[in-house]
Design a binder for this molecule. Structure first.
Ligand code: SAM
Length: 181
């Protein structure tokens, strides 16, 4: 099965700390393998990896990566690039044509993205043609690509598992649960 990766472009550590964390956590929950962030930010790395250690799975984060070389290498290895932009083609038209036989890199911006990205991308994808949030756009694209199957994803390991409940909170330690009769 091909992997889905996210590239976050133009992250500004002070200003975008919360929203880039949300992009990463949304990527993880909706089935992506990891996130690459163009700006170095160790605080961001720590906060995302803290969630991975507590809630499980093998999601990874790398920051301070040269986006241009990364895109070139990703394409050279046969991967495809999808760029989320309100100027792109409608998600429902494009997502059904994106076959996941090859790795896919989904690019989301923070500030204005470089113009050449629109040419480098194999797909420029819009989630509506109004400006909104990279978190919302990413969640909808990942949902469409997985046809909703992200919801079944199991996160191995970790120290916390949340079980659905109608009221209140039901949180267990999976290791303790295995010992239960
Ligand atoms: N101010 C920036 C600009 O004008 O280029 C964009 C800021 S926007 C909040 C950040 C990112 O959200 C964009 O780079 C894009 O990836 C994503 N985004 C926002 N609205 C979108 C839409 N309607 N469809 C797809 N992606 C969208």
């Amino acid at each position: 099965m091909a992997e889905i990766w996210i590239l976050r472009l133009g992250h500004r550590p002070e200003r975008d700390k919360r929203i880039t964390t949300h992009v990463a956590l949304t990527a993880r929950t909706f089935g992506a393998k990891g996130i690459i962030v163009s700006t170095k930010d160790e605080v961001l790395e720590d906060s995302v990896m803290d969630v991975v250690h507590r809630f499980g799975g093998d999601f990874t984060i790398r920051t301070g990566v040269s986006w241009h070389s990364f895109l070139k290498e990703f394409k050279a290895k046969g991967g495809r690039i999808a760029h989320l932009t309100m100027y792109g083609m409608p998600v429902d038209d494009v997502a059904k044509n994106v076959s996941l036989d090859k790795d896919l890199l989904i690019v989301v911006g923070a500030e204005k993205v470089p113009a050449e990205l629109y040419q480098i991308a194999d797909f420029n994808i819009s989630v509506g043609n109004q400006p909104h949030s990279e978190v919302a756009a990413l969640a909808i694209l990942l949902d469409r690509l997985s046809q909703g199957s992200w919801v079944e994803k199991e996160f191995e390991g970790g120290t916390i598992k949340v079980l659905p409940c109608a009221r209140g909170k039901n949180v267990i330690n999976p290791a303790e649960r295995e010992d239960m009769p």
